[in-house]
Design a protein around this ligand. Structure first.
Ligand code: GLY
Ligand code: MN
Ligand code: MN
Length: 424
C-alpha cells in the first residue's frame, strides 16, 4: 500500500520542478473499445496513478503554480445514482476531499470553467504529450495565449526512476505471485499440452492471488517459436524434447513483474540444450552481479554481448575474434535486444535512460531494472551447427539497485538446470 502522504509528497516534489506561472494537467485514462460497445478492462493511466493512487476514470489532477503560491486540485465524477447503478459507486467530491491530501476537489463537470480561471496570467501549460487527442484538444481550445506547452510526463518519469520502499514492496509481492505461477508450470506434466494451457495455469495463479492482470501479454513459446521475440499467439502444441520459453509476470496493485524462464517440455534438458542454457545463465548471473550504483546500463549490455559471443565462439556457433564479431555486429541476429529495461508501474517503465543533456543515466539506489540476456537460433539458420538450430533461450530477473550493489528480487524463481529438473 502506498500512503496518501506518499502520494502528496510526490505531488509536492513534482510542483517544485514546474516553471513559475504554470498550470499542469494530468488526465486519468479513458476507456478503450474492445469491440462494438464492449471495452477492455479499465486500467488507470500510470502517471495519474503515481500522483494520486486514484483508480476512477474521468478524473483530472491539476497543479497551479503562480509566482508565490501553488495549488493542487482534483476533479472527480459526480455521484449519480443512474450511473452508479451501471458502473458502480464513485468516490464523489465529499469523500475525495477527505481522502486525498489536495487543496481542492471539484466535479469534473466544472473542469473547463475552472481551467479558464487557472490559466489567467499563466505562461506555461504542462500536459502529457502522449495524452488522448480529445483531452489535448480541450486544453488547447482554452490556451490560445499560452506562452509554451511542456510535457508533464518528463518530470514525472524522472521521479519514477527511483522506487520508494513501498513501491519495492509491491513489486516484491507481484514477483512472489509470479514465482508461484512459474513453479506451478515447472511442476505440471506438460506432455501433450498446448502453449495456451500453460498460459491458463499462469493466469489462474495470478488471479487466485488477487493480481489484477498480467503485466503484459505472456509469451509462451514452444521450440522454435522462442525465436520470435514477441510471440504471443500461444496456441501451438508442445513437443516432447523441445524447450518452452515462458515470459510472464503479473501486475499486483498496479506494479509489474517481468520474468522469463526457459524450461524443457518433458522436464529434462538435452545435452545440447544444456550447453546453450548454461551459457545464457552464466552470463545472466555475471551481469546481475555487476549491478551497483554508478554503473551504466550500456556497459552491462556491452559486457553481456562480449560474454555471449565468447561462449558462441567456444561452441563453434560464431567464428573469429570476439571483438571483430561485435564490431561487425555478426552476433546481432542471435542476441538482438538490450540487456534490460526499467520496471515499475509499467513493465517497460516510463522512465528516462538519458538526462536532459542527453547523457546516459547511471544506476542509482532504488532503481529497478530487468536483466534478460538471451540467445536465439532459428531453425532455418544455415550458418550455425545443426544441433543448435531451433533453440531459443532467455532468462530474465528483476533487480533493484541497493546502496552497495543489488538485490535480485526474483532470486527464488528456480533457474538452474538442477533446480528446474528437480521441480519437474
Ligand atoms: N516481457 C517484456 C520484456 O521482457 O521486455
Ligand atoms: Mn523484460
Ligand atoms: Mn519479459
Amino acid at each position: 500500500m502506498i500512503s496518501e502522504q506518499e502520494y502528496k509528497s510526490r505531488r509536492d516534489a513534482l510542483v517544485e520542478t514546474l516553471s513559475k506561472n504554470s498550470v499542469a494537467v494530468v488526465f486519468s485514462a479513458t476507456y478503450k473499445t474492445r469491440s462494438n460497445d464492449t471495452e477492455y478492462p479499465y486500467r488507470q493511466n500510470s502517471n495519474f496513478y503515481y500522483l494520486t493512487g486514484f483508480k476512477e476514470e474521468n478524473s483530472i489532477l491539476v497543479f497551479i503554480r503562480k509566482k508565490k503560491k501553488t495549488k493542487t486540485v482534483l476533479f472527480v465524477q459526480k455521484k449519480d445514482k443512474t450511473i452508479e447503478l451501471w458502473t458502480g459507486k464513485k468516490e464523489g467530491v465529499k469523500k475525495a476531499k477527505k481522502r486525498f491530501l489536495v487543496d481542492e476537489v471539484f466535479l469534473v463537470d466544472d473542469f473547463t470553467t475552472k481551467l479558464k480561471e487557472y490559466l489567467a496570467d499563466v505562461k506555461h501549460l504542462y500536459f502529457d504529450f502522449k495524452q488522448d487527442d480529445t483531452d489535448i484538444r480541450t486544453l488547447k481550445e482554452h490556451t490560445k495565449d499560452i506562452y509554451s506547452y511542456k510535457n508533464i510526463a518528463k518530470p514525472i518519469s524522472m521521479m519514477r526512476l527511483i522506487k520508494s520502499e513501498a513501491e519495492i514492496k509491491l513489486i516484491k509481492k507481484a514477483i512472489s505471485i509470479t514465482k508461484d505461477a512459474h513453479h506451478r508450470v515447472m511442476m505440471m506434466d506438460k506432455l501433450g499440452k498446448n502453449e495456451m494451457h500453460i498460459q491458463a495455469e499462469l493466469e489462474y495463479v495470478f488471479k487466485k492471488n488477487m493480481a489484477y492482470s498480467d503485466a503484459y501479454t505472456s509469451i509462451i513459446a514452444g521450440g522454435n517459436s522462442a525465436n520470435t521475440l514477441h510471440y504471443i499467439s500461444n496456441n501451438k502444441p508442445l513437443v516432447d524434447g523441445e524447450l518452452i520459453l515462458i515470459d510472464a509476470g503479473c501486475e499486483y496493485d498496479y506494479y509489474a513483474s517481468d520474468i522469463t524462464r526457459t524450461i524443457p517440455v518433458n522436464g529434462k534438458f538435452t545435452k545440447v540444450q544444456k550447453e546453450i542454457y548454461n551459457l545464457v545463465l552464466e552470463v545472466e548471473e555475471k551481469i546481475i552481479s555487476m549491478v551497483e550504483p554508478d554503473v551504466l546500463r550500456s556497459d552491462l549490455h556491452k559486457k553481456s554481448e562480449k560474454l555471449l559471443v565468447d561462449g558462441m565462439v567456444k561452441l563453434g556457433i560464431l567464428k573469429g575474434k570476439t571483438k571483430k564479431i561485435i564490431k561487425k555486429q555478426k552476433h546481432k541476429k542471435y542476441y538482438p535486444h538490450g540487456i534490460g529495461h526499467w520496471m515499475g508501474l509499467d513493465v517497460h517503465d516510463e522512465a528516462p535512460y538519458k538526462d536532459a543533456k542527453g547523457k546516459e543515466i547511471a544506476l542509482k539506489e532504488g532503481m529497478v531494472l530487468t536483466i534478460e540476456p538471451a540467445l536465439y537460433f532459428d531453425k532455418d539458420d544455415k550458418y550455425i551447427p545443426k544441433e543448435y538450430r531451433g533453440i531459443g533461450i532467455r532468462i530474465e530477473d528483476d533487480i533493484v539497485v541497493t546502496k552497495d550493489g543489488f538485490e535480485n528480487l526474483s532470486v527464488d524463481i528456480s533457474k538452474t538446470i538442477l533446480g528446474i529438473e528437480s521441480l519437474s
